[in-house]
Design a protein around this ligand. Sequence first.
Ligand SMILES: NC(=O)c1ccc[n+]([C@@H]2O[C@H](COP(=O)([O-])OP(=O)(O)OC[C@H]3O[C@@H](n4cnc5c(N)ncnc54)[C@H](O)[C@@H]3O)[C@@H](O)[C@H]2O)c1
Length: 256
Amino acid sequence: MKTLESFQLAGKVALVTGAFRGIGQAIAIGLAEAGADVLLIDRIDCFETVQQIESLGKRAIAVRQDLAEMDNEKARKIINQAVDHFGGIDILVNNAGIIRRSPALEFSAEDWKAVLDINLNTVFYLSQAAARHFVDKHKPGKIINLASVLSFQGGLQVPAYTASKSGILGLTKALSNEWASQGINVNAIAPGYFKTEVTAGIRADPQRSAAMLERIPAGKWGELEDLKGPVVFLASAGADYLHGTVLSVDGGWLAR
Ligand SMILES: NC(=O)c1ccc[n+]([C@@H]2O[C@H](COP(=O)([O-])OP(=O)(O)OC[C@H]3O[C@@H](n4cnc5c(N)ncnc54)[C@H](O)[C@@H]3O)[C@@H](O)[C@H]2O)c1
């Protein structure tokens, strides 16, 4: 296979969670730009993401589904929806995630459970169901998890988020160890600070925003476009020998 061909995703089907807006939407569109058809899962109807993918001449189907309180059976049904619509999947991107901010001393049990549930538990069950599908069909597959710079750092007033994203690092390695020999690549992307709703509060505060920008070697917030190349790479044959790695896409934040 020629070098450029190895990054093509034509004929592949991707399932992207949390594809209504933000990073998940950009990832879904990026995968479609590289040639993939995409199943979009979100608790909100992803009509705009569908439109953008269809305008690229690729197929997109949106499934409205709350990914909280996942279990083996629910995850299996979600993967089966992809089988029903597209005949199967080749790429799973575990993107859906939430953040709750509060000092650790006051952090509620409800927030703790909600964050760990969607950011970590759901990722495990969907990965397990996708890997079962790949193994049963005797085909390779790619699983890409959304980590964070808080997979490596503690952060402030986000204990559940930090715990969940640190858990993603361990889970990515644990699953890749078990599944690498079966042609399944499990890797992660750790975004730095991107222009999404999640960071809107910080960006709206001139002092905090200036402090963040001063700390980012690239001197600017991440643009959603910056994640397309990394995700396409990890989803492609070009990354066939990458297992259990985390690609930091952070303007140099972690290197500092
Ligand atoms: N924005 C950043 O700077 C940044 C940095 C590091 C990591 N991340 C990670 O990237 C991922 C996406 O972040 P984002 O900034 O685009 O967030 P966002 O809040 O803009 O989008 C998250 C998407 O997930 C969906 N979602 C949330 N909970 C869901 C549920 N229970 N069921 C179904 N869908 C659900 C939302 O509807 C939304 O479409 C998250 O895992 C986040 O932790 C983001």
